[in-house]
Design a protein around this ligand. Structure first.
Ligand SMILES: [Zn+2]
Length: 344
């Protein structure tokens, strides 16, 4: 059996705060004498019901973790450790999602907050041998004008390589905010050449997937799993070439599906969707990138050729340059071609 940590893959759905390990969060909190909810430290993956109350509990824990991040050193540490953890799992390309708003007050503003993350991404790319790029994400909980400001800021750093902004996202509770009101921000981002990568189709069903697709013209959808509930909506995404960033552990953690087997991974792939597996928030859901590929293998019965196809889809859906993609895809071929599953 081939080693999945050696399968080259792109990680397109990982949040900055949520990428932290429990020991790192504990160390950062200890330095400041901050107390953390025990649920963040007990190592148990979060399991909440798929209700507003369940989301509130998730959000409260997330906010408690984020509140500990209060310096440039913390921010650099998080990027560096996310890159190191990804590289150890065979990730050759990480597109790390960050909403700089909450850290701005500790580092002198929103522009320095973005620049610190970008610089740390550049450094981490060189240190760990992968490409770390950044997705700047607005929040549904804030005013759409804030999203425009963030989109304009993100546009200044647009590019494809390590330490550049490659996409613009929209995160937080999918049931909040008016999706259409964020269309202007996404237009600013698209005009600057950034990928449109909003969340959608996790907490709400196919109807909202349709709204997001129409209003925000996504290149990729964060989650999008519930498009599987309406074949016509899913077929439209496939026809438009919208890739889906599927995060099984997150879906189960947030109660969208009862267990990993219920995540419609096979149905999405069979419908022709480009699926890029992601970890979303390892801090809360208790598993990282390679665990999602392991689940595809052990729970959904993907064989090595199908796992290689998932990895290829993730690479194709990334914003890496064509030359980088060719190199990464060759790595997938080498993994699959290796005799007895060992890659030298
Ligand atoms: Zn997410």
């Amino acid at each position: 059996m081939r080693d999945l940590t050696r399968l080259p893959k792109a990680h397109l759905h990982l949040h900055f705060t949520g990428s932290m390990s429990v020991p790192t969060l504990r160390a950062i909190a200890d330095e400041r004498g901050m107390r953390l909810p025990s649920a963040l430290l007990d190592g148990d993956p979060l399991r909440v019901p798929a209700t507003q109350r369940g989301w509130f509990r998730f959000q409260r824990l997330y906010d408690a973790a984020r509140a500990c991040v209060r310096s440039e050193a913390d921010m650099r540490r998080i990027v560096d450790e996310a890159a190191a953890a990804d590289a150890a799992e065979g990730s050759v390309r990480l597109e790390l999602q960050v909403d700089p708003t909450s850290y701005a007050q500790f580092v002198g503003g929103i522009t320095p907050a973005v620049e610190i993350v970008l610089d740390a991404a550049r450094t981490a790319s060189a240190a760990h041998g992968l490409e770390v790029a950044v997705v700047v994400a607005a929040s549904r909980m804030r005013h759409p004008l804030d999203a425009r400001t963030l989109a304009r800021l993100a546009a200044r750093y647009a590019g494809h390589g390590p330490g550049e902004v490659v996409g613009f996202g929209l995160s937080n509770d999918e049931r909040s905010g008016d999706t259409e009101a964020f269309a202007h921000a996404f237009r600013i981002a698209r005009d600057a050449g950034l990928a449109s990568v909003p969340h959608g189709g996790e907490l709400l069903g196919p109807e909202h997937v349709g709204t997001v697709a129409e209003m925000l013209l996504p290149d990729r959808l964060g989650h999008g799993v519930r498009a599987s509930e309406d074949p016509a909506v899913l077929a439209r995404l496939v026809a438009r070439g919208v890739a889906l960033e599927v995060c099984p552990a997150s879906n189960v953690g947030l109660g969208v599906y009862a267990d990993t087997a219920a995540v419609p991974l096979r149905a999405l792939v069979d419908a022709g969707a480009e699926v890029a597996l992601g970890a979303d928030d390892p801090l809360l859901f208790g598993s990282r990138l390679v665990d999602q590929y392991e689940a595809a293998r052990t729970v959904h019965g993907f064989d090595d050729a199908e796992l290689a196809d998932l990895a290829r889809a993730s690479i194709r859906a990334s914003r890496a340059t064509p030359a980088s993609k060719v190199r990464m895809l060759a790595g997938v071929d080498a993994w699959l071609g290796a005799e007895g599953g060992t890659v030298g």
